[in-house]
Design a protein around this ligand. Structure first.
Ligand SMILES: [Zn+2]
Length: 255
């Protein structure tokens, strides 16, 4: 009999630890005085849900959730302006960001962003050849909608820590110039793979970017320290709505 109790106890204990790891509702709630930045990549039904890809249906549920909770979507430039305005606002604010410039951002995400009039920022890597990318005509259409801001994500998407300083400067500056040539501006940067060092933050700043986003999963107010390494909330295609709500509240949905 005793052994049964022990087995039962172990099963309950392990399940509890698993659930607390998968649903981090117990982490401290971050005040809505701090605007959020969400990180996404692909939005397509053609590939399975993963850390990189969210199904369009679930992306629409995210947009519906933001709308229902009166959470305003801003572009990164608006997010910066909002963060620097010092106004204590009762507004809830998020910046939706997409890395890499996948074609599905135009074919699948953009129609939904238009449907809900939600704003987003897309960081482009124009020579990342491994993916189906958006073409300049797509960028023009999205830019004209007033909903989409474009930023840079290097030319070829290297791990900046694995290339020389000269190459890193070239990757950062050339991608800014490329986006400027397409759209007319480029103010924000995202580090490929979220990999970078302090020197890369200096390079991004020196290139004239106003901010840079990382893949560190948390919610922080804008400061001089994090302006070039802003954390984001990672949106995985595998998370359920409960986990999505938790992530937006505390910064991450699992440990
Ligand atoms: Zn990337």
């Amino acid at each position: 009999m005793m052994i049964l109790y022990i087995i039962l106890f172990v099963i309950i204990f392990v399940s509890l630890v698993y659930l607390l790891g998968q649903y981090t509702f117990w982490l401290p709630h971050r005040s809505w005085n701090i605007p959020r930045i969400l990180m996404l990549h692909q939005v397509t039904a053609a590939e399975p849900a993963s850390g990189m890809n969210i199904q369009p249906k679930k992306f629409e549920q995210l947009l519906q959730l933001l709308q229902k909770k009166n959470i305003k979507t801003l572009t990164m430039s608006e997010w910066m302006e909002y963060s620097q305005s010092q106004k204590s606002s009762h507004q809830k604010v998020v910046a939706l960001t997409f890395d890499d410039g996948f074609l599905d951002n135009y074919t699948d995400a953009f129609p939904l962003l238009e449907k809900y009039q939600a704003k987003a920022t897309i960081f482009l890597s124009p020579k990342l050849d491994a993916i189906a990318k958006m073409q300049p005509e797509h960028l023009t259409i999205m830019s004209k909608s007033g909903l989409i801001e474009f930023g840079a994500h290097t030319m070829t998407h290297p791990n900046l820590n694995n290339i020389s300083d000269e190459q890193a400067i070239q990757e950062i500056r050339a991608s800014k110039q490329w986006v400027e040539e397409q759209i007319g501006y480029c103010h924000h940067f995202a580090y490929p793979f979220g990999r970078f060092s302090a020197k890369h933050m200096d390079m991004v700043k020196a290139a004239g970017f106003l901010s840079a986003v990382s893949t560190k999963k948390s919610i922080q107010s804008l400061s001089a320290e994090n302006q070039y390494c802003l954390p984001r909330i990672s949106v995985s295609g595998k998370m359920n709505m409960m986990q999505l709500k938790i992530a937006i509240r505390v910064g991450r949905y699992r440990l």
